[in-house]
Design a protein around this ligand. Structure first.
Ligand code: NAP
Ligand code: ZN
Ligand code: ZN
Length: 366
């Protein structure tokens, strides 16, 4: 669709309030910055809630410098964004002012490569690769992208998700990253009734994996290092719970698929050993320090070791619609924005059941 260029020039940039880290070693603090002027295909979303992902913490502390490159500072994290559309560009077709909308981990991609053509924008093969919601370079401005710990975001409508009016909005926020990151490999590996699925770690991603695998009809085994989470795991849908030691996790079972959500480096062999022949261990946790290389012996059972990155926009929408249909939301602890630094420490200590979600109205009240 052709849109007069004067239109993009007519819209002013807007000022967002947020919280940012200025460097890897300082706490997050209040920070104001500009959102780009609304383009014809853009929507501006007033952010109402934003989930707190362990990736926010890894990025803010520059723990992934060896994995994905240096964090861009100031860093405004947050990629589990939900809110309401406050303004739309003239060519926007799928959103109207007042609609609920969400933004996950992606805000752009090349839209031309094979991955983008297959609606797998998370694997974009374009020169810039997938553009993350924070700590990427925004193609339109050349500035670092800034995430959801903020009052508003401007995003191309292709990268905005539709959210039902019927669901609990705050508890839906974590689906935008934690939900899709586990939904995608569950779908890719064909999980359904009769599948046996293992989940390693009962944090933000892990608890969504238990809920989603269970909603897909699978039999779910949770591996946790926290004996105190056993009852919660059962309530979330786990059929069995194996308490493992961080040093020497126990193997056992005859699983088709294991999804490993652990945020720290650990021995993978016991989880490969927990698979049946042709089963797959899917790594989604991204520790700062790599896991030790697995042994050959467990792989000789024709088991696969693989990984998975978030999900494309179409699949994220499919996941949101699946969750709305099956009544799946995250278990959340709402926090105010000024509790974010404490929340990071609690997340590191495993003290969250199971996702912190920032109430963005607390940005507006001094
Ligand atoms: P989280 O809420 O902190 O959960 C991580 C869980 O891992 C903890 O609850 C704990 O579960 C377990 N754990 C932590 N430290 C451990 C250790 N030293 N040894 C064994 N288990 C440990 O984190 P999250 O937000 O779910 O994120 C998990 C990981 O996935 C992070 O690395 C994050 O960056 C990554 N991630 C990846 C993608 C992707 O696209 N692949 C997307 C989002 C997030 P128990 O107490 O039950 O043992
Ligand atoms: Zn995340
Ligand atoms: Zn692409």
């Amino acid at each position: 669709m052709s849109v007069p260029i004067t239109e993009t020039l007519a819209r002013p940039a807007t000022t967002a309030r947020g919280w940012a880290a200025a460097s890897p070693t300082v706490p997050l603090a209040p920070y104001s910055f500009e959102r780009r002027p609304l383009g014809p295909f853009d929507v501006r979303i007033e952010i109402l809630h934003c989930g707190v992902c362990h990736s926010d913490l890894h990025t803010v502390r520059n723990e992934w410098s060896q994995t994905f490159g240096q964090t861009l500072y100031p860093c405004v994290p947050g990629h589990e964004i939900v809110g309401r559309v406050a303004e739309i560009g003239s060519a926007v077709e799928d959103f109207a002012v007042g609609d609920r909308a969400g933004v996950g981990c992606l805000v752009d991609s090349c839209r031309e490569c094979d991955a983008c053509a297959e609606e797998l924008e998370q694997y974009c093969e374009g020169e810039a690769g997938p553009i993350g919601t924070y700590s990427s370079v925004e193609p339109q401005t050349g500035r670092p992208t800034a995430g959801g710990y903020s009052s508003q975001i401007v995003v191309d409508e292709h990268f905005a998700l539709r959210i039902s009016e019927r669901v609990d909005l705050a508890a839906t926020a974590p689906l935008l990253c934690a939900g899709i990151t586990v939904f995608s490999p569950l779908r890719h590996h064909g999980v359904g009734p009769g599948s046996r699925v293992g989940v390693v770690g009962l944090g933000g991603l892990g608890h969504m994996a238990v809920k989603l695998a269970s909603a897909m009809g699978a039999e779910v085994t949770l591996f946790t290092t926290s004996p105190g989470k056993t009852a919660d795991a059962s309530a979330l849908g786990a059929d069995s719970v194996v308490v493992v030691s961080r040093e020497a996790p126990a193997a056992g079972g005859d699983l088709d698929l294991v999804i490993d959500t652990v945020s720290a480096s650990h021995d993978l062999d016991p989880y490969l050993g927990a698979l049946k022949r042709d089963g797959a261990l899917v790594l989604v946790g991204i520790p700062a320090v790599p896991h030790p290389s697995p042994g050959v012996a467990p792989l000789l059972g024709r088991r696969s070791l693989t990984g998975s990155s978030i999900g494309g926009l179409a699949e994220t929408q499919e996941m949101l619609d699946f969750c709305a249909e099956h009544g799946v939301v995250a278990e959340i602890e709402p926090i105010a924005i000024d509790q974010i630094n404490e929340a990071y420490e609690r997340m590191l200590a495993g003290d969250v059941r199971f996702r912190f979600v920032i109430d963005m109205s607390t940005l507006r009240t001094p």
